[in-house]
Design a binder for this molecule. Structure first.
Ligand code: GLN
Length: 302
């Protein structure tokens, strides 16, 4: 008989030997996830006996992790902003840093939440993590998650259903704005933003398991931002905003692109590692000035 404690110790030792920095945490999350045990149950349940089928399942998962497949990809789900999201082949695994985008938009949206029912568009929605976390935080909001991937849209729709948000969420197959109709208060996106020639140097966990369409931002990493800067104005309410995740070194380039299209920076935020990660733009100089006043943001913020 194998105990839970033995299984965790074995996985931890093999992850350590493979050089994984968070071997102990990964072993606990992986095995806890496979056996559907809470982290507390894994901590205190070392003596729990596990059956042969579970041992085989753990062995298979540990072998996958040793081939660099990320833990949450193996489990097929990941928590984001306190909600559980299913992953699939063509969805980017939601990252904690993207929660900063969600929190920034929630702060922004709550400024006018009392006034009207907010409409949100998430371009390149993937799992739906961003828009569904926003809909969860804004009970009267509705929105569209668009993606070019049918697999991703299926996953986003299923996530909406599991989270009880499906009545306020619609998944739309679209290349950027091609099939989008309507007017939105908030357009949000975490588009692909990695330069094509940097992709080979990414960690194998990202390079080999996240979908390339969600990572590759073209030669200079800015292709998606150009598409969004070019078209977002057509779909944005007069006092609406565009909220974006960006690469750590893209702040100035993305601001320049959006300013060239008549947008103004409302706010910029850093992620948990102090890298520039979030930019929010308003449609025009007038709107930006008005909203900054409303938010009490000093002129030079960001
Ligand atoms: N943040 C992801 C990474 O660096 C990339 C996501 C993206 O391109 N939008 O792995």
């Amino acid at each position: 008989m194998t105990t839970l404690g033995e299984a965790v110790a074995d996985a931890r030792a093999r992850f350590s030997a493979a050089g994984f920095a968070d071997a102990a945490i990964e072993a606990r999350i992986l095995i806890g996830g496979l056996l559907e045990l809470s982290s507390t149950q894994v901590f205190v349940g070392g003596d729990r006996e596990i059956d042969a089928a579970s041992v085989a399942k753990i062995e298979d998962a540990v072998a996958r992790r040793l081939k660099r497949e990320p833990v949450h990809r193996i489990l097929g789900k990941r928590e984001f902003h306190g909600l559980d999201f299913l992953l699939s082949k063509e969805t980017l695994e939601p990252r904690p840093d993207t929660e900063v985008l969600v929190d920034s938009v929630l702060d922004e949206a709550r400024q006018f939440a009392g006034d009207r029912d907010i409409r949100i568009l998430d371009v390149g929605t993937g799992t739906g993590a961003i828009i569904l976390a926003l809909l969860d935080g804004l009970p009267s909001a509705t929105g569209i998650g668009s993606d070019i991937s049918v697999d991703a849209l299926k996953t986003a729709a299923e996530n909406a259903r599991r989270l009880g948000l499906d009545r306020r969420f619609q998944a739309v197959e679209s290349h950027w704005f091609d099939k989008i109709d309507g007017c939105f208060d908030i357009i949000v996106s975490n588009p692909p933003y990695i330069c094509s020639d940097v992709i080979p140097d990414l960690d194998p966990e990202v390079r080999d398991f996240d979908p390339m369409a969600a990572l590759d931002g073209g030669a200079d990493g800015l292709t998606a931002y150009r598409e969004i800067a070019d078209r977002a104005g057509e779909f944005l309410a007069a006092d609406g905003c565009v909220a974006l995740e960006i690469g750590f070194d893209q702040k100035h380039a993305v601001i320049e692109l959006f300013e060239a299209e008549g947008f103004n920076l409302l706010l910029a935020r850093k992620d948990y590692s102090e890298n520039d990660r979030v930019l929010i733009f308003a449609k025009s100089v007038v709107d930006a000035a008005k909203q900054k006043k409303k938010l009490g943001i000093p002129k030079e913020a960001g």
